[in-house]
Design a protein around this ligand. Sequence first.
Ligand SMILES: [Zn+2]
Length: 131
Amino acid sequence: MFDVMYKTDGIGLSAPQVGINVQLMVFNPVGERGEGEEIVLVNPRVGRYSKKTVLFNEGCLSFPGIYADVQRPESVKIDAHDISGARFTFDLSGLPARVFQHEFDHLKGIVFFDRMTEEVVESIRADLQVR
Ligand SMILES: [Zn+2]
């Protein structure tokens, strides 16, 4: 999955996006092989979202070329398993928290359009229809 992610210039990928129906995601906020940290989360759950939210211009590998603002909590507390099955909890904020929430949505069948305001969806409607 990291191969697909790097090849498409992504920083995160969820298993359902590549046709694998398991609760698994990978990400590396740096987006370069050999740089940053490669994170694999199995059966992730969110323990807590920050009250503070931030806007960020998001893209998605499933919708190439489309970028739009999405409001999300600034930080999250996560409970997950690693690939060996060991359970761990950790906190993410900033870009890693953003990538996690985007991929976490994919695991639940939610895409970033579902998180955009009507106005934002309207602003990219032309791009959506060309596809
Ligand atoms: Zn996506």
